[in-house]
Design a protein. Structure first.
Length: 172
């Protein structure tokens, strides 16, 4: 037991010295969590947009309600492309690509806090059943929307943390 504690104690000190800090220290009252809760996500066109918006609202609103301070403008590009083509010119594999270009805008100043992109893709087997292929395409879109929303939320949280740090630094 003492050997384990003797091994863990220096690791804990080394980790604390590296400058890593929890992003959500303070839970729902943390500045980053409150900043995420203050993001308004307007409607995004299309089924993919609806899925991404719902996923973003789940991730950004976890700290509860806060007065709106930011607007997240999102443009999606959702495409299907044929990957595997057989000798008889039938498609055997597709690739679904979901890309988002987004800007986080401070609505009080009009300043763009973050301008970034996020995206992901998935492979889909095209089978003899048209229903099964359509179901696979829809499932891929649902999964991609969740993944893109995760990436966007992480990027937004990092940008808000950097903005908070820049505002919290003492003037020299």
């Amino acid at each position: 037991m003492r050997a384990g504690a003797a091994f863990i104690a220096p690791l804990a000190l080394a980790l604390a010295a590296c400058g890593l800090q929890p992003m959500y220290a303070g839970g729902g009252n943390a500045a980053v969590a409150q900043g995420l809760a203050a993001v308004d996500v307007p409607a995004i066109p299309g089924r993919g947009g609806w899925l991404v918006r719902n996923a973003l609202e789940d991730r950004l609103g976890a700290a509860g309600d806060a007065p709106t301070r930011y607007r997240l403008d999102v443009r999606l590009d959702d495409s299907l492309e044929a990957l595997g083509v057989l000798n008889d010119d039938t498609i055997s594999r597709e690739r679904r690509i979901l890309r988002a270009r987004y800007q986080l805008v401070d609505i009080t100043t009009g300043k763009i806090v973050l301008d970034a992109t996020a995206g992901s893709d998935a492979g889909i087997d095209v089978v003899s059943s048209e229903y099964a292929t359509i179901a696979a395409e829809q499932t891929a879109l649902e999964n991609l929307a969740e993944e893109v929303a995760d990436r966007m939320a992480t990027s937004i949280a990092l940008a808000l943390r950097e903005q908070e740090r820049a505002g919290a630094e003492p003037a020299q």
